[in-house]
Design a protein around this ligand. Sequence first.
Ligand code: S3P
Length: 170
Amino acid sequence: MKVVLLGYMASGKSTVGRLLARQLGLEFIDLDEYIEEHQKKSIKNIFSEKGEIFFRKLEHQMLSEVLDKEESIVLSTGGGTPCYGNNMETILKESDLSVYLNLSIPSLVERLSKEKEDRPLVKNIGEEELPEFIGKHLFERRPYYLQAKHTLDCNGIDAETAVEQIKKLL
Ligand code: S3P
């Protein structure tokens, strides 16, 4: 069984994914961590040393590699993963369940303003510009996220509740 979690940066994909995998007794893979281990470099350094295009190619390659595995997994993708190349098609084809963790712009702004440092795409966006940046970015990305088999409204619920809701979809 393969469960894939999608959503914007800081929407809780890794936290929910780790918890879900533990409860289901499945292997958990965080695509960003998988890429970091493969490159022996942080995402931040991959972006600064090799650039975003290099990262997107790697992300594409690693996504296919992970979804090709025989084992059952819970996979947390990066915020941009479904939005490049044919990645969303691959996710839909290779997973049994894909879930978009949907969070409102104000909640994303609140979370991301505290967790910007290791995220190259938002690191240099000032506090005041963040709501507009996220709003525009989500407008471009949501059409991809919405292709997931299920959309889970994560506003006002904690990670444990999100996991319970996802388990009901299995
Ligand atoms: C990205 C999201 C990040 C990471 C990279 C690019 C994006 O993952 O893959 O910084 O394009 O939204 P998280 O969603 O885990 O922050």
